[in-house]
Write a protein that binds this ligand. Structure first.
Ligand code: SF4
Length: 99
C-alpha cells in the first residue's frame, strides 16, 4: 500500500515537473546562479545575496510558470534557491502556515 502511494506521489511530482518545464519558465533562459546563488564553497555576503534574490524574485513575478513552480516547490521542499518568488525560508514559513 505504501509503495503504491509513493509511486502515485512520484508520478504526480513528475507530472508537475513536466507541466512546469513546459510552461516556459523565465529562469530557464536566464542565469541559473541568479536563482541558486554560488556553490556552497563560494561565500556570498548578505547584501550580495539579498540583491541577487531581489532580481530573481522580480523575474519570478513575471513568470508564466509561477503557480506551478510554487506547487512543485511546496512538494519537493528545496534546500536552496528562489522558487516562485520565494526563498527556501519563505517557502518553509508558507508550509508551516498551510499545515
Ligand atoms: S517562478 Fe521563478 S523559479 Fe519558478 S519557474 Fe518561474 S522564474 Fe523559475
Amino acid at each position: 500500500m505504501n509503495e503504491m502511494t509513493t509511486s502515485r506521489g512520484d508520478e504526480q511530482l513528475s507530472d508537475l515537473r513536466d507541466v512546469l518545464l513546459n510552461a516556459d519558465p523565465a529562469c530557464e533562459s536566464d542565469d541559473a546562479e541568479l536563482f541558486t546563488g554560488p556553490d556552497l564553497f563560494e561565500p556570498e555576503p548578505d547584501d550580495v545575496r539579498e540583491a541577487r534574490e531581489a532580481k530573481a524574485k522580480a523575474l519570478c513575478a513575471e513568470c508564466p510558470a509561477r503557480a506551478t513552480c510554487l506547487a512543485y516547490a511546496l512538494a519537493v521542499v528545496p534546500e536552496a534557491g528562489v522558487w516562485a518568488g520565494l526563498t527556501v525560508e519563505e517557502l518553509r514559513d508558507l508550509r508551516e502556515v498551510a499545515a
